[in-house]
Design a protein around this ligand. Structure first.
Ligand code: ATP
Ligand SMILES: Nc1ccn([C@@H]2O[C@H](COP(=O)(O)O)[C@@H](O)[C@H]2O)c(=O)n1
Length: 221
C-alpha cells in the first residue's frame, strides 16, 4: 500500500529537518531529508575538484554517485559508497555551493526519481519528506502539504546556535542560499492546497505539535 506522505517545504533554517524528524517519530513514520542528497552531490563535486558551474561536469558525477542513507538517532546517516559524509555535508563550505548543483535541471530530475523511489519503498504507514519542492514537484498529491516558515531574523538566530562560535558569521549565508534557491523553486509562498505554518513565535515543541495535529486532521489517522 502507498504510504501517507507528509510533504514539508520551506526556506533554510525554518526547522524542516528537526521538526520533520520529531513529527515522524511521534507519528511512527519514516523521514526523508531531500536536501541531504543535493549536499552529498555538492560534497562529491568539491572532493573531485569539479567546477560546479559546469553543468555537464556536475551531471557526469551522477554516474558515480553511490548515495545511501540509513536512519540515525539524530537524523539521516549519509554515505557515498563506503564514505560516511553525514557531518561533512553540513559544513559551511558545502552550504556555500550546494545551490550551484541544485539549479541544474538534469540533477533535479535524477534526484527527484530517487526520492520517489525511496517514498514508494516506505515500509511503515507514512513518511515525512522535507525539502524545497516536495509540496509542488516531488509529491504534489501528498495527503498533507506544509510550508514551514519563520522570519529570516529568527532563522538566522536559530542557525547561529547550531554553529561553533568561529562559524557563527556563516549563519547569514542562509540568506544568500535562499535567494539563489528561490530562482529555481518557489518555497516562500504556499501553492494552492498547501498549509503555511509560521513558527516565528512558536517554540520547537509547539511547532511539532502543529505538524502532528495537521496530519491527524488531514488523514483522520
Ligand atoms: N520552532 C522552533 N523554535 C526554536 N528552534 C527551532 C524551531 N524550529 C527549529 N528550530 C531550530 O532551528 C535550527 C534550524 O532547524 P533545521 O536545521 O531543522 O532547519 P532546516 O529548515 O532543516 O535548515 P536547512 O534548510 O538549512 O537544512 C535547529 O537548531 C532547530 O532545532
Ligand atoms: N527539495 C530540495 C531540497 C534541497 N535543495 C537544495 O539543497 C540545499 C540543501 O538543502 P537543506 O534542506 O539541507 O538546506 C538547498 O539549499 C537547495 O539548494 C533543493 O533544491 N530542493
Amino acid at each position: 500500500m502507498s504510504p501517507i506522505v507528509v510533504a514539508v517545504d520551506g526556506p533554510a533554517g525554518s526547522g524542516k529537518s528537526s521538526v520533520s524528524i520529531a513529527a515522524a517519530e511521534r507519528l511512527g513514520y519514516a523521514f526523508l531529508d531531500t536536501g541531504a542528497a543535493y549536499r552529498a552531490l555538492a560534497w562529491l563535486g568539491l572532493e573531485r575538484g569539479v567546477d560546479l558551474d559546469d553543468a555537464d561536469a556536475v551531471v557526469a558525477l551522477l554516474d558515480d554517485f553511490d548515495y545511501r542513507t540509513v536512519p540515525g538517532a539524530d537524523g539521516t546517516i549519509v554515505h557515498i559508497g563506503l564514505h560516511d559524509v553525514t557531518t561533512a555535508i553540513r559544513e559551511p563550505r558545502v552550504s556555500a555551493v550546494v545551490s550551484d548543483v541544485a539549479r541544474i535541471p538534469a540533477v533535479r530530475s535524477a534526484l527527484n526519481e530517487t526520492f520517489r523511489r525511496l517514498i514508494d519503498a516506505t515500509q511503515v504507514p507514512g513518511i515525512v519528506v522535507e525539502g524545497r519542492d516536495i509540496t509542488t514537484v516531488v509529491a504534489p498529491d501528498a495527503a498533507v502539504r506544509i510550508l514551514l516558515t519563520a522570519s529570516e531574523e529568527v532563522r538566522i538566530a536559530r542557525r547561529s546556535k547550531d554553529l561553533a562560535p568561529a562559524q557563527a558569521a556563516t549563519a547569514g549565508q542562509l540568506r544568500e542560499r535562499d535567494r539563489r534557491d528561490a530562482q529555481v523553486v518557489d518555497f516562500m509562498t504556499a501553492a494552492p492546497g498547501v498549509t503555511t505554518l509560521d513558527s516565528t513565535d512558536l517554540d520547537f515543541d509547539q511547532t511539532v505539535d502543529a505538524v502532528v495535529a495537521l496530519v491527524h486532521e488531514r488523514t483522520g489517522a
